[in-house]
Design a protein around this ligand. Structure first.
Ligand code: NCD
Length: 326
C-alpha cells in the first residue's frame, strides 16, 4: 500500500473560508493562514479570559470518525461546543451503522446532510473526504485525517504552534522523524511549510519509511529544502524544531515488519544533549508509542502536550467559526 498524491484540486480558500470544504492543506496559502492564525490568537485570548464564543449557536455538526481518534475527535467536539454549537458524534460507524450493511460513503454523508450543518470526517481510505464532498450539495465537510493521505487540521495546529513560538513560518530548520511514508501529519505539515521561503527540513526515517517520491518532488519544487538522513548523528545542532512521529503500524503493507521498524529513533535526554539546543522545541502529533522518552516531558522544550494539544482546540475553533460562522 503506497500513498498517492491527492489528485483532485479542491477549492482554494483565499480570503474567504465561508461554506468551503476543508479537504487538504493545499487549499491554503500564506494569506489564508494569516487570517486563520489571527483568528486563532483572538479566540485563544478570549477563552483564556473566560469569554465564550457563539459563532456556531444553533448549528449541529456531525463528527463521523471511521478510524480511532482521541485528540482530533475530542478537540473538534470541544471546539464546536465552546462556539455554542452541538454535535452528532459517530465513532466506529463500520461497527455500528448502516455501513456494515454495505451503505456507500456517499449515502452515509447524504443522510447526515439531512440532519446537520456540517461534517467532520476521519476515514481509513485516502481520498474519502474528497469523495464525500462530491456527494454533498448543501453542507461543508472537514477532513480530520484520511488514510495515509492528509491531516490538514493537524498541520494547521502544528504551524500555529511554530508561528507562536518563532513569530514566523519561513527560514526554519528542523528534523522530521519517524514514519514519513504513511504519516499523514507529516505530509500535510511539509506541504504547508513549503508555502514559505527558506525552510530546511532533515527527514530522518528508516529507508523503508521514506517520504513518497512524488511528495518529495512536489515539496522540493515548491519552496522547502529537504535533506534525507538515516542516522541521528546526521542531525544538525541548530534546528528550531524536532517533529517526531510514530510508525503507522496499521498501515504497513506487511505488519510483521513493525517490530523491525518501530522506535529506530528515540528522543532521549542524551540525544537532546548531543544534538539539541536551548531555543528549539520538540513536537509530536501524538499518540507516541515509545519515540519520546517521558523523562523529556518536563523539559520546557517539550511542546507536544503543553502547546500542541490546547492549540489543536483553538485552531479548530478558529477554522470552524470561519467556515460555519455567520
Ligand atoms: C495522528 C493521526 O491520526 O494521523 N494523530 C492525531 O490526529 N493527532 C498521528 C498518528 O496517529 O500517529
Amino acid at each position: 500500500m503506497h500513498t498517492q498524491v491527492f489528485v483532485d484540486d479542491p477549492v482554494k480558500i483565499g480570503q474567504n473560508f465561508a461554506g468551503k470544504h476543508i479537504i487538504s492543506i493545499r487549499q491554503f496559502d500564506p494569506q489564508s493562514l494569516e487570517i486563520l492564525f489571527h483568528k486563532t490568537s483572538t479566540i485563544k485570548r478570549c477563552l483564556q479570559n473566560g469569554e465564550q464564543g457563539e459563532a456556531l449557536a444553533g448549528k449541529v455538526i456531525t463528527l463521523l470518525f471511521f478510524e480511532p481518534s482521541s485528540r482530533t475527535f475530542s478537540s473538534f467536539s470541544a471546539a464546536i461546543k465552546r462556539l455554542g454549537g452541538q454535535t452528532i458524534e459517530y465513532q466506529n460507524p463500520m461497527q455500528t451503522s448502516s455501513a456494515i450493511k454495505g451503505e456507500t460513503l456517499e449515502d452515509t454523508v447524504r443522510v447526515f446532510e439531512g440532519y446537520s450543518d456540517g461534517i467532520v470526517m476521519r476515514h481509513f481510505e485516502e481520498g474519502a473526504p474528497a469523495r464525500a464532498a462530491k456527494a454533498l450539495s448543501r453542507i461543508p465537510i472537514m477532513n480530520a485525517g484520511d488514510g495515509s493521505g492528509e491531516h490538514p487540521t493537524q498541520a494547521l495546529l502544528d504551524m500555529f504552534t511554530l508561528y507562536e513560538k518563532f513569530g514566523r513560518l519561513d527560514h526554519l530548520k528542523g528534523v522530521i522523524a519517524g514514519d514519513l511514508l504513511y504519516g499523514r501529519t507529516v505530509h500535510s505539515l511539509l506541504k504547508g511549510l513549503s508555502f514559505y521561503p527558506g525552510n530546511t527540513f532533515y527527514l530522518l526515517s528508516p529507508k523503508e519509511l521514506r517520504l513518497p517520491r512524488e511528495l518529495f518532488e512536489e515539496y522540493t519544487k515548491a519552496r522547502v529544502t529537504l535533506v534525507e538522513i538515516e542516522k541521528e548523528t546526521d542531525i544538525p545542532t541548530d534546528c528550531q524544531v524536532w517533529y517526531w512521529t510514530r510508525v503507522q503500524k496499521e498501515r504497513l503493507a506487511d505488519p510483521s515488519t513493525y517490530e523491525v521498524l518501530k522506535n529506530r529513533f528515540i528522543v532521549t535526554k542524551k540525544l537532546l544533549k548531543e544534538k539539541g539546543n536551548a531555543d528549539m522545541i520538540i513536537m509530536h502529533p501524538l499518540p507516541r508509542v515509545g519515540e519520546i522518552d517521558p523523562a523529556i516531558d518536563t523539559d520546557p522544550r517539550a511542546y507536544y502536550l503543553t502547546h500542541e494539544v490546547p492549540n489543536g482546540m483553538y485552531v479548530r475553533m478558529a477554522l470552524l467559526s470561519l467556515v460555519f460562522g455567520k
